[in-house]
Design a protein around this ligand. Structure first.
Ligand code: SF4
Ligand code: MG
Length: 311
């Protein structure tokens, strides 16, 4: 069943150099219980898209429907109530935790805001959450700076999950962490998903991070989704030259044909290239790519691609 559906969503904002088309005409769907990965280079609009879905940023146009309810049209109380069901985990756990608040305050505040329980029961919920995410039992009266990076991300996860959301938007939750800690946090997220019946939108610039637990991958380039496929299929049969370039950057001895890794800088989202936005960096671009924006076409088996040469 569909949990979240996004229809032609755009989030533009004004800047000195002109309108930034951070998210430009994006449609996607997340099913109940699914983990959908959203990958692409930094600056391609992934975080803006994630924040737009729960209205931490207001979209310019389009629809976001969560369990049949129109999130873009919501205001005040209704919007607050939907945030109980959609939560976000941020990249930098230190920047997202108030350094002057104890873990107890950080974890019980969302419960208080949503009018859940009394003080005593909120404390009990916080204590059980601390145990759940693998933090020491004496964590509640300590401050964020007393914890390591990995532990701070556990606090961020506890804060996001304490309201028992249905959808969690994870925005690069491991990219600020040491490699040795990354796997522990990914494992925790996978465990929590099963235990609490969550669905994830997992944002990452790194395809190798999402390979082993995403059901489906959406590839984003300069504000657009350019390819979407079940994870295994994307790995074996990527059609878009950009996806192939991202895959080529992932070391994988089992893959025979290696595409050339991507070169050049991401063009400015102020003034995206005409035609296919990728044509300035695409190794197989032809004349039509410079003038015509390729349609996002279904290729069968849940695989869709926006490229004139997808065949
Ligand atoms: Fe490359 Fe053209 Fe396909 Fe764009 S449409 S990815 S420029 S081949
Ligand atoms: Mg980002």
């Amino acid at each position: 069943m569909s949990l979240l559906s996004v229809d032609r969503l755009s989030t533009h904002y004004p800047a000195a150099a002109g309108t930034v088309r951070a998210v430009d005409d994006v449609s996607l769907e997340i099913l109940e219980g699914e983990t959908v990965a959203l990958v692409g280079e930094s600056g391609c609009g992934k975080s803006t898209l994630g924040k737009s879905l729960m209205r931490l940023i207001d979209p310019t146009s389009g629809r976001v429907t969560f369990k049949g309810r129109d999130v873009v049209a919501m205001s005040g109380k209704e919007l607050q109530s939907i945030r109980r069901h959609i939560q976000m985990i941020f990249q930098d756990p230190f920047a997202s935790l108030n350094p002057r608040q104890t873990i107890r305050t950080i974890l019980t505040a969302p419960l208080a805001v949503h009018g859940i329980g009394d003080r005593k029961s909120r404390d009990a919920i916080a204590a059980s959450m601390v145990a759940h995410v693998g933090l020491p039992s004496d964590s509640l009266d300590r401050y964020p700076h007393e914890f390591s990076g990995g532990q701070r991300q556990r606090i961020g996860i506890a804060r996001a999950l304490i309201l028992q959301p249905e959808l969690v938007i994870c925005d690069e939750p491991v990219s600020a962490l040491d490699l040795s800690i990354q796997a522990q946090i990914l494992n925790l997220l996978v465990e929590m998903k099963t235990e609490l019946s969550l669905s994830y939108l997992f944002i990452s610039h790194d395809l190798s991070v999402v390979r082993y637990f995403a059901d489906r991958v959406l590839v984003m380039y300069l504000g657009r989704i350019v390819e979407s496929a079940p994870t295994a299929r994307l790995w074996s049969d990527a059609k878009h030259p950009y996806t192939r370039a991202l895959l080529a950057a992932v070391p994988d001895p089992s893959r025979r044909k290696q595409a050339a890794p991507i070169t050049g800088d991401l063009p400015s989202p102020h003034n995206p290239p005409s035609g296919c936005r990728f044509h300035t960096r695409c190794p197989i671009a032809t004349e039509i790519c410079r003038t015509d924006d390729p349609a996002y076409r279904q290729m069968g088996s849940g695989h869709a691609v926006a490229c004139h040469q997808a065949e």
